[in-house]
Design a protein around this ligand. Structure first.
Ligand code: PAF
Length: 283
């Protein structure tokens, strides 16, 4: 695997591949890779002749009181994992490579509406930072296909909308969430949990599963199910940012007639803020 850090070097390598008629698959990450990322790389390997990953902890998507400086940076271990996953090229730029004007970033991509709800309410500007960096990475890597985890469901929808609205020639693929045997979704932020908090964390998945079972059983009492979900999480000592049942297509409010649904939650547990979701269909 080759590691490149400059925009020009990545463009030159990918242009060679494209000239040879090869299909390029891309997995953008912030590093600190785990089995969840490995599943994204496997999906990319399946869809492309060449696989590119990026590792960039994007300052633009972190709020002033968030964990940007403390976010785990583990480049050496990540490179080994990427090699094992048969990644061909790692793009690991510096902040100066990605933001040449420093803090004076005047160009922003804003996916209105979708970016202000749910996680966007608690992390103002977060999805603008995500959409902007992903559009920029697409401009640099010029992939045919890019793979994102369904664990970050709202992010996946923001990226899909942005790609469609800007007519970017990139196919967006969502890959299923990878979970620990006890149900906890894998996340780099799980490492902030103490042993006691980690033992309680599977309640997140239980609360989502409880709502999904009720919906599948025919319930359309969404407000009641949201209250029960929040209560279960609070009883386990978590502070709940939201527990919401929404239309899966656009995260709008779900009605009794809605059939394709997603249940999403975000909680704070100790130092960690964890998000998770489950899709479901009303039969
Ligand atoms: O999901 C992530 O790791 C990040 O939000 C992404 C998509 C790499 C953009 O920085």
């Amino acid at each position: 695997m080759e590691t490149l850090s400059t925009v020009d070097a990545v463009r030159a390598r990918v242009e060679q591949w494209r000239a040879a008629g090869l299909r390029v698959a891309f997995v953008p990450t912030m590093g600190n890779l785990h089995a969840g990322h490995m599943s994204l790389l496997a999906a990319a390997r399946y869809r492309g002749d060449r696989v590119v990953a990026s590792i960039f902890v994007n300052p633009l998507q972190f709020g002033p009181s968030e964990d940007y400086s403390g976010y785990p940076r583990t480049l050496d271990e990540d490179q080994l994992l990427l090699q094992e996953a048969r990644c061909d090229l790692l793009f690991a730029p510096s902040v100066a490579d990605m933001y040449p004007h420093g803090g004076d970033q005047r160009t922003l991509i804003v996916v209105r509406g979708l970016s202000d709800i749910l996680d966007g309410r608690f992390r103002p500007g977060h999805f603008d930072g995500v959409a902007t960096v992903v559009a920029k990475l697409f401009g640099i890597v010029a992939p045919d296909v890019a793979v994102f985890g369904e664990k970050d469901y709202q992010q996946l929808l923001v990226v899909r909308h942005m790609t469609l609205d800007l007519a970017l020639p990139v196919e967006i693929v969502g890959a299923p969430t990878v979970r620990a045997p006890d149900g906890l979704a894998l996340s780099s932020r799980n490492r902030y949990l103490s042993a006691a908090e980690r033992a309680r964390a599977p309640v997140i998945h239980h609360s989502l599963s409880q709502a999904v079972r009720a919906i599948y059983g025919g319930s359309s009492e969404h407000a009641e199910l949201e209250r029960e979900g929040s209560l279960m999480l609070e009883r386990a000592g978590m502070s709940v940012d939201y527990f919401a049942i929404r239309n899966a297509a656009d995260l709008s409010a779900a009605s009794a007639e809605s059939s394709d649904l997603v249940v999403l939650t975000a909680v704070r547990l100790g130092r960690a803020r964890l998000i998770d979701n489950l899709r479901t269909h009303r039969p």
